[in-house]
Write a new protein. Structure first.
Length: 349
């Protein structure tokens, strides 16, 4: 089996893009195959790859690609999370799919429409710049009929009180792209962007504890990667500083889905991101983000009167780069050939 290794700039690990048509869809049947792939990667010095994109030309007439994301967990080669999505891996899939001629050649102004099978998201990757084996994109996360902002709040509240061993932490639990727990970095004793970006293992483990408290409140499995967590700071006019946790370390920037969720959260009155964005003087739904790994921008298209009943139509994230690295010829699956068996009965008169 041949996969393609691709990376979006700012992602914590590369993505291995695989042809979904050559793999089982059922989670229990897929898990041992992905385990063999991880073991092969580890044996060939690519154990750093923890993101897997299962992609195929879409069967839906409104989309170009069907995409399914699987997150490998650091706790073992047979440990996976099948529930979320990854915007960086979507971009990796687009450049890999072009390399396999599943898409027309990428060109500025072109758009690749992706159907995310994990959560039903509809994503449009608009090409800003195209180069051989790479591209720069603006990524649009669409809502089909528009979503009420209040429906993005996982508990129905803009702020929740999370009990931790060091006290109560205010957090906003929001889901758009992926579910996130957003906290004010000042509650961690971080009062400048540099302090936030230089924070070490003590702050990292405090954030993991806060994330676990959020999962417990939501009654979600504690060993899942969701909700993800990010600390925000309002230190510079017109900008937000962000530090996020990935699997299993600090994120080098912030996930594309995290930027999307943050842009939506700043549009919801009363949330931690909204409060910090207003303090920074940012207009509603428009954010400029600084991370230790670079900067990005996002905008949310919201219609209404300026309250939680407003409708979200889409979130756009700009200045995202992705490149195709190399093919991966997975020898342990050389003779693997999965075929879907279709049950049928003869017609009777």
């Amino acid at each position: 089996m041949i996969g393609y290794i691709a990376r979006a700039v700012g992602a914590p690990t590369p993505t291995l893009v695989l042809d979904q048509r050559r793999l089982p869809y059922d989670e229990e049947e897929l898990r041992p195959v992905l385990t063999r792939i991880r073991e092969w990667l580890d044996g060939h010095g690519r154990g750093d790859i923890l993101k897997f994109a299962l992609v195929a030309p879409s069967e839906h007439p409104m989309f170009d690609l069907d995409y399914r994301f699987v997150q490998g967990l650091a706790t073992g080669p047979d440990r996976f999370d099948f529930q979320g999505s990854c915007g960086h891996s979507i971009l990796a899939s687009v450049v890999a799919a072009e390399g396999q001629a599943w898409l027309p050649r990428l060109a500025p102004g072109g758009r690749v429409r992706v159907r995310v099978l994990n959560n039903g998201d509809h994503v449009v990757c608009e090409v800003d710049e195209a180069r051989r084996r790479s591209g720069s994109f603006t990524v649009h996360f669409l809502q089909d009929t528009g979503a009420h902002l209040q429906d993005l709040l996982l508990t129905g509240r803009p702020v929740d009180q999370l009990l931790t061993s060091t006290g109560v932490i205010e957090a906003s639990l929001v889901s758009m792209g992926n579910p996130y727990c957003f906290i004010d970095a000042a509650e961690l004793g971080l009062h400048s962007a540099q302090e936030l970006f230089d924070a070490g293992e003590d702050v990292y483990h405090r954030m993991l504890e806060i994330r676990a408290a959020a999962a417990e409140l939501l009654k979600w499995p504690l060993d899942s990667v969701f909700p993800k967590i990010a600390a925000l700071g309002s230190y510079t006019p017109g900008r937000l500083a962000v530090r996020a946790v990935s699997v299993p370390k600090w994120h080098p920037s912030i996930a594309l889905t995290g930027t999307t969720c943050l842009a939506a959260a700043t549009s919801i009155p009363g949330t931690v991101p909204d409060r910090l964005a207003r303090r920074a003087g940012l207009p509603r739904g428009v954010i400029e983000i600084d991370t230790s790994g670079g900067s990005t921008a996002a905008a949310a298209s919201v219609a209404g009167r300026g309250d939680a009943a407003d409708t979200l139509h889409w979130v756009s994230v700009s200045r995202k780069l992705a490149q195709l690295d190399e093919p991966a010829c997975i020898a342990s699956l050389k003779d693997y050939d999965y075929k879907e068996e279709t049950a049928w009965q003869p017609l009777t008169v």
